[in-house]
Design a protein around this ligand. Sequence first.
Ligand code: FE
Length: 205
Amino acid sequence: MRATVLRVRGNRLAFGAMIRVFCFLVVLAGVVAVAGCQPQNKSASTISTMKSNEPSPAAAAGNAPKVVKSDEEWRKTLTPEQYQVLRQAGTERPFGAVYEEFKKQGAGTYVCGGCGAELFSSKEKFDSHCGWPSFYDPANAKNVITRDDSSLGTTRTEVICAQCGGHLGHVFKGEGFPTPTDKRYCINGVSLKFVPAGETKAVKP
Ligand code: FE
């Protein structure tokens, strides 16, 4: 009898431990899924998302975008992933399909997924192993502007398309990468379209 009671108690304890481990794994998976573009020497945190009723990033930075569309128009012209990044300052999942495609792309230009403005080129592309497309400089600086972003309780520098005000990612300095600028423009792949060298059209949204 005593042995049976002990066995039941043991089973309950084991079941409780399994539930706790399961809950921990669910929470951990959630944190990883929404982690944003971070400095290489700091741990990832949760995604920052701009509320849709806030002014566009470029307007807030004092640089009125030249390509202006209503929220409804943006929703129609962008994919849900592009809309979430470009118009709501979201962050795509690192090491996703778009990033894998980015690594395979050769010579060419990266234009804004929202408005088509020239932003980066394959000449300034480098592999930072961070899980997002990385560049050490813009190809066309006048189309790339920045502003301070303190949304995660730490100050980062947000990168924005000057032409449409779309959120592109963040730029980090002084991380020790062997590039001419030691800057890492950490850019969401879905905010870009790739135009292969010698062509005039982007290959995909
Ligand atoms: Fe743009």
